[in-house]
Write a protein that binds this ligand. Structure first.
Ligand code: HEC
Ligand code: HEC
Length: 268
């Protein structure tokens, strides 16, 4: 992967910069089809990596670190991102490598993902266009599309096996919490979840951020989860996700905010 370092002609990128803003649109539209595998864009390639590997700390709610799920923020600080996930990691930059060591999902950041981020920066930090929504025509298609999203985002924490990590990330495999209440599961992915949660008799007290995912994506990924890992086989539709966006979040337990009654919960 060292090739990316040689390709990093920083002088050239910076020379381009004064008029880059004007041509970003053109780059996306004229070059993207031919270079699908070569020029990473934020919305298609980078944001999913940030969701899985960085967002537990770098999210909209965090007050002391930047929100990498926001394009402008990531774009503005892209050179420091590059240094932290590549140069520091290679030992050539004095600051701490990112992600920091006490986050298991950091171990899931692969060399290939790091190289993709580097390449994104070196190519001008393009925003790109949102990937087309994964509109599934059947449950089988939904599961297929959901699997891809699970692998690129959820697996960093819940593990490719869906079994999670003790004390840190709860299991989705055979999860009584998941199977007991579909609406609550949907809202967990829409809004994220903080505080204590009991899954299969084990306590977790951590934080899952909310992700910028479309209704279709959430429907697909949860349908995949429900139809994998020994779960109940339910299907989640985009309409269900859409309806739940405007409902107050269902509480996991005693720390329920006052407000309209939460949907039925089997956990007190
Ligand atoms: C477990 C929490 C955690 C995770 C996960 C994490 N970071 Fe950080 N990050 C921090 C903290 C805390 C700081 C501030 C302290 C510092 O600068 O080292 C920080 C600082 C940074 C900075 C320096 C920003 C600046 O300009 O000062 C960059 C860049 C960065 N993180 C990138 C990333 C990227 C990219 C990922 C995911 C691949 C990531 N981080 C994952 C906690 C985290
Ligand atoms: C950055 C790590 C992280 C990522 C990525 C992540 N989760 Fe979570 N997830 C958590 C944590 C931590 C909790 C428990 C939160 C708590 O303690 O309140 C959780 C809880 C859950 C729960 C409820 C508890 C259970 O085990 O049944 C579901 C369902 C869930 N996540 C689904 C997903 C799905 C689907 C995705 C991918 C779109 C995803 N998560 C991505 C960290 C993550």
């Amino acid at each position: 992967m060292h090739i990316f370092q040689f390709l990093n002609q920083r002088g050239r990128v910076q020379l381009l910069w004064p008029w880059a803003t004007a041509v970003i649109g053109c780059l996306v539209f004229t070059e993207a089809p031919a270079q699908t595998n070569q020029t990473p864009t934020y919305l298609r390639d980078i944001q999913p990596i940030f969701m899985g590997n960085c967002s537990r700390c770098h999210n909209q709610q965090s007050r002391f670190v930047y929100d990498w799920l926001d394009y402008k923020t990531a774009y503005t600080d892209r050179w420091e991102i590059r240094r932290r996930i590549w140069d520091s990691w290679k030992g050539t930059y004095y600051k701490e490598a990112m992600p920091v060591a006490n986050s298991p999902e950091s171990l899931a950041l692969s060399e290939e993902e790091r190289a993709t981020i580097v390449k994104w920066v070196d190519n001008g930090g393009l925003r790109g266009v949102p990937p087309p929504p994964g509109v599934a025509k059947s449950k089988t298609e939904r599961i297929d599309m959901g699997k891809r999203l699970f692998t690129s985002v959820c697996a960093a924490c819940h593990q490719p096996t869906g079994r999670g990590l003790p004390n840190v990330f709860p299991p989705l495999a055979g999860s009584d919490f998941l199977n007991a209440d579909k609406n609550r599961a949907i809202q967990t992915v829409i809004f994220g979840r903080q505080g204590e949660v009991v899954v299969n008799g084990l306590k977790f007290n951590n934080s899952m951020p909310s992700f910028p995912l479309a209704d279709e994506d959430i429907a697909n990924v949860l349908t995949f989860v429900y139809n994998s890992f020994g779960n109940s086989g339910l299907e989640v539709t985009p309409a269900e996700v859409k309806a739940l966006r405007s409902q107050p979040p269902v509480s996991a337990g005693s720390s329920a905010p006052s407000g309209p009654p939460a949907a039925k919960s089997t956990f007190e």
